[in-house]
Write a protein that binds this ligand. Structure first.
Ligand SMILES: Cc1cc2nc3c(=O)[nH]c(=O)nc-3n(C[C@H](O)[C@H](O)[C@H](O)COP(=O)(O)OP(=O)(O)OC[C@H]3O[C@@H](n4cnc5c(N)ncnc54)[C@H](O)[C@@H]3O)c2cc1C
Length: 315
């Protein structure tokens, strides 16, 4: 069985950046880029223009950015495996990482498996319908796009994220509606009050989104009051899901400490609960969730792994 100094799991901005740093440090990393777990390249493969990644003043398409990161990682010798990691064994050392076809022993691991934005399974919200044509899951990323300017925007959810995203969107939209299926928010008191007191925000309580319609981009939404069962249609320029994320941590089978929402728990920047295993990006970060913060994390995880290997005399 092959032996590595570092195995990186995940191929978003965090994983590829970790690979760039680890390969430039001559650690000859092996990177599992995923297969069924999501598109290799991560969440940015599902978006169009990325306008807030430094170095691209004109913006860059998400897939193009990730292709460049991938090439940069390969340029310095990262070996890519197009498989999901199905299992890791941290009770043995060197650790064992198993993909669908390969097994590898490794002195350290960087987990950068990201997270998946939850979407409602309703007509109009899927890929090939209006996803990324007015339907998204990231107001900070997409809110400034011209298609949302001076339009009625709908944020779905009732927690802190929904309130925060709605407040953010008031800078661009004509009016922002928060669609919440209950009659009160789950959000913290301070966030809820900010949203409730905002003159451009209206909350549609006891309401669910049932359908998204339009021509080329979102044009209207169908809503239903869950108490009265009344269904009605409204003009809409955008739909923003703020109903949470699922961090990709299930494959760890409880071998690393997780938060109550199943994010990886980290200690002192990138260290996990097991020595020699590091985390980077959205798999542990439920707060910033940006490509540039994930990339920064990837850099730190690779540098922490290298230092740890050096301290242990494993280089
Ligand atoms: C629609 C949308 C638009 C966005 N727009 C922007 C934007 O404009 N600007 C911005 O800064 N951020 C944006 N974001 C957020 C940004 O995409 C994320 O913060 C960033 O991609 C997180 O990077 P990551 O490397 O941590 O994880 P991810 O990008 O989620 O990548 C994780 C990777 O790990 C792989 N993986 C998962 N499990 C396994 C496994 N078991 N084995 C192997 N591989 C595995 C997945 O297939 C995936 O490729 C957007 C997000 C979305 C959803």
């Amino acid at each position: 069985m092959q032996r590595r100094k570092v195995v990186i799991i995940g191929s978003g901005p965090a994983g590829y950046t970790a690979a760039i740093y680890a390969s430039r440090a001559n650690l000859q990393p092996l990177l599992y880029e995923g297969f069924f777990s999501g598109t290799a390249g991560g969440q940015l493969m599902t978006t169009t223009e990325v306008e807030n990644f430094p170095g691209f003043p004109e913006g860059i398409e998400g897939p193009e950015l990730m292709l460049r990161c991938r090439k940069q990682a390969q340029r310095f010798g990262t070996e890519l495996v197009t498989e999901d990691v199905t299992n890791i064994n941290l009770s043995q050392y060197p650790f064992l990482v198993s993909g669908s076809k390969t097994n590898v022993c490794t002195s350290s691991i960087i987990i950068a498996t990201g997270a998946l934005a939850k979407r409602l399974d309703i007509e109009g919200a899927h890929d090939g319908e209006f996803w990324q044509k007015g339907v998204t899951a990231c107001a900070v990323c997409d809110g400034a796009a011209p298609i949302f300017r001076d339009k009625d925007l709908y944020v779905i959810g009732g927690g802190d994220s929904a309130c925060e995203e709605a407040i953010f969107l008031t800078k661009y939209g004509k009016k922002v509606y928060i669609v919440h299926r209950r009659d009160q928010f789950r959000a913290s008191k301070i966030m809820a009050e900010r949203a409730l007191n905002h003159p451009k925000i209206e909350v549609l309580w006891d309401t669910v989104l049932t359908k998204i319609e339009g021509q080329d981009v979102v044009g209207s939404v169908k809503l239903q009051n869950v108490k009265t069962k009344e269904e009605y249609k409204r003009d809409a320029g955008g739909v923003f899901f703020a109903i949470g994320f699922t961090p990709n941590t299930a494959f760890l089978n409880g071998q690393l400490e997780l938060t109550e929402n199943n994010y990886l728990k980290i200690f002192n920047h990138t260290k996990t609960s097991v020595e020699g295993v590091f985390a980077a990006g959205d798999v542990h970060d439920s707060k910033y969730r940006q490509a540039v913060s994930a990339a920064g994390d990837g850099c730190m995880a690779a540098m922490d792994a290298e230092r740890w290997l050096s301290e242990k005399g494993l280089l």
